[in-house]
Ligand binder design. Structure first.
Ligand SMILES: *Cc1c(COP(=O)(O)O)cnc(C)c1O
Length: 231
């Protein structure tokens, strides 16, 4: 129990030179653990489950910036729309449209990252490059006023082969650079699509992710200890 303060300070100092943002992934961890990290100055926390996030946000300081990093179902957007800071892992126009609707209802803007599928493993989440391109072109015509596509997010394969992990991160950085240029060139989506954040890297691979150009890492177990249960 309890957080690893030494790990926190070490990671913060490793990330500082590159201005890489740290999202502390607190899923399954207690509000007491989160408070402990908050006391050290951490303000960005990531959660994967809507109900758990809503409960914690209710009980914790209001200046925490909450990141939703799990797979978000459209029918649950309304619960986090009043306060969420950044939604990582958006992979459909349907979800973007719903986030826009709920943002409007709450009279605010919500930033989103599109999830790109870079791992070789089969998963139903994330867009391949062709789908990303298609989504961005469609997005251009929708004029969603209350969201901003603020970057990309990806997860590398779950493997010990660090060369493979590096290549996957590299491919995402390549896509990121390409579409950042595309969105800058396009008059219509310039305002609502600003690819600034590249969210990649977790406890086991964040150093490689940063070397390959990540500017936001999502770290859980190194800070909070191993999790007892998973999805
Ligand atoms: C759980 C999770 C993390 C953090 O994983 P650790 O290995 O504990 O650092 C990062 N990103 C996503 C999307 C997650 O679901």
């Amino acid at each position: 129990m309890g957080i690893d303060k030494a790990a926190y300070y070490r990671i913060k100092s490793e990330l500082a030179p590159g201005n890489v943002d740290l999202v502390a992934v607190s899923k399954t961890k207690t509000v007491e653990d989160i408070e402990e990290l908050y006391q050290l100055g951490q303000r960005d926390f990531g959660e994967n489950y809507v109900q758990e996030l809503v409960d914690k946000a209710d009980r914790l300081p209001k200046d925490i910036r909450w990141h939703f990093i799990g797979h978000l179902q459209s029918n649950k957007v309304k619960y986090i729309a009043p306060f969420i800071s950044l939604i990582h892992g958006v992979d459909s126009l349907k979800l973007l449209t719903e986030i826009n609707k709920q943002a409007l209802r709450n009279e605010r803007n919500i930033d989103c990252l599109l999830q790109v599928h870079i791992a070789q493993e089969e998963t139903k989440f994330g867009l391949d490059e062709a789908e990303l391109s298609h989504l961005l072109h469609q997005f251009e015509n929708l004029h969603l006023q209350n969201i901003r596509v603020y970057g990309l997010m990806g997860m590398a394969s779950f493997t010990d082969d660090m060369n493979k992990v590096r290549n996957e991160f590299r491919s995402l950085k390549h896509i990121f650079d390409k579409y950042a240029t595309f969105t800058n060139a396009s008059e219509i989506i310039r305002e609502s699509c600003d690819l600034a954040v590249l969210s990649m890297g977790m406890s086991s691979d964040y150093s490689i992710a940063v070397e390959e150009g990540s500017n936001m890492v999502r770290i859980g177990s190194l800070l909070f200890g191993a999790r007892q249960y998973e999805e």
